[in-house]
Design a protein around this ligand. Structure first.
Ligand code: IPM
Ligand code: MG
Length: 398
């Protein structure tokens, strides 16, 4: 039986040549090997959902799946006295891919900065060298009615925020309270190198999409933004097919809610990207829908954008879509499983089209379902899609 032909990518860490072409026929089994950091709040519920859908993908497409759980965030702090235990970091650095549910808990509010759950995530992003955070925000046609915007404004929104993730004010030093003074400091700093490498990711992506890049900064006030703008303009010379626009972040916040369809690829810094991606979530109908892939290093880090949402944690009502879509990004970016990633995306669309809604997506006339009921439906849709793929391939087999 010949049901699959594809290129098998050897991980760059192996020291072998980067690609080995598998030309023969026969099922090729990929080992989908994932470090799962459930974390805090709704993180465990969402991570369980993702584990189940990955199981569904693995069985529909006959791959091998290993999910290796590790502690992170407040839950790790409670167990180990640190939000990022060495064992967790070591597992993540080995990769090949990491899924993170969410970090953050109000009980950590009084802790010193390095013990807070968020510090674990920041350290992890930096240690993994994931400098490029890709956050697609495409409105589902079934959900236009629940957008925070009027349907005629929201419809057609399809953008990707390319957020610089390992620099800027999140990491700049000096930082913190100054001894013997009433001042507390954070530092905004970018090097040309950091701006150039994230800009290139955004230009490449724009070239594969609609060819339009909007770089967002605050160059009318901040010198760092002036550097950012100059570097983006220089890099633009290498991408003549991409049209580039610059926008100040305050204007961008307004344009995003008045005319979101003008945006294709949005390139921006760590802090601005954090803020604008929540806004993009509201445009799509719920922050629970948005996925992210953090790439640039040897290991990919995949997280839903929603955060730990402690107010609804443990109730079984979290929206698993952001997590599931992050898993789809993982299949495509870390394992080169393009059909499987598409199947997972399609399964979510099928379930939405069938009318199932978690409470955050439910309109006044919708009945809402639990996280696990929604997940069951996605797993079922994947199984049906997988069966169809198998059948179609079998037909063309010699
Ligand atoms: C995000 C989150 C994180 C960030 C927090 C949890 C540290 O808000 O991924 O958007 O600010 O990057
Ligand atoms: Mg955020």
């Amino acid at each position: 039986m010949c049901w699959r032909k594809r290129i098998w990518r050897v991980p760059r860490t192996s020291g072998a040549s980067s690609e080995l072409f598998v030309l023969g026929c026969g099922p090729i089994v990929t080992h989908i090997d994932v470090v799962a950091l459930a974390g805090d709040g709704i993180g465990p519920e969402v991570t369980e959902a993702v584990t189940r859908v990955l199981g569904g993908v693995a069985s529909a497409y006959r791959h091998e799946l290993t999910v290796r759980p590790h502690d992170v965030g407040w839950s790790a702090y409670e167990r180990h006295g640190t939000p990022l235990p060495d064992t967790t970091l070591e597992a993540c650095v080995r990769g090949p891919a990491v899924f993170l549910g969410a970090v953050g808990d109000p009980r950590a509010d009084g802790l010193s900065p390095e013990k807070r759950p968020e510090a674990a995530l920041l350290q992890l992003r930096r240690e993994l060298g994931c400098f490029a955070n890709l956050r697609p925000a495409k409105i589902d046609e079934q959900l236009v009615g629940i957008s925070a915007l009027k349907p005629e404004v929201a419809v057609g929104t399809d953008l990707v925020i390319v957020r610089e993730l390992t620099g800027g004010i999140y990491y700049g030093t000096p930082r913190g309270a100054e001894a013997g003074s009433d001042r507390t400091v954070n530092t905004l700093v970018y090097t040309e190198f950091e701006v150039e490498r994230i800009a290139r990711i955004a230009f490449e992506m724009a070239g594969r999409r609609r060819g339009r890049l909007t770089s967002i900064d605050k160059a009318n006030v901040l010198e760092v933004s002036q550097l950012w703008r100059a570097v983006v303009d220089r890099v633009a010379g290498d991408y003549p097919d991409v049209s580039v626009g610059h926008m100040f972040v305050d204007r961008a916040a307004m344009e995003l809610i008045t005319a979101p369809t003008q945006f294709d690829v949005v390139l921006t810094s760590n802090l601005f990207g954090d803020i604008l991606s929540d806004e993009a979530g509201a445009i799509c109908g719920s922050l629970g829908l948005l996925a992210s892939a953090s790439v640039g290093g040897e290991v990919g880090l995949y997280e839903p954008v929603h955060g730990s949402a402690p107010d609804i944690a443990g109730q079984g009502i979290a929206n698993p879509i952001g997590g599931i879509r992050s898993a789809a990004l993982m299949l495509s970016q870390s394992f080169d499983l393009q059909s499987e990633a598409r199947a997972l995306e399609d399964a979510v669309t099928t379930v939405l089209a069938g009318g199932l809604r978690t409470p955050d997506l439910a309109g006044p006339n919708d009945t809402s379902v639990s996280t696990s009921a929604f997940t069951d439906a996605v797993v079922e849709a994947v199984a049906l899609g997988g069966a169809r793929v198998g059948a179609a391939s079998a037909e063309v087999s010699p």
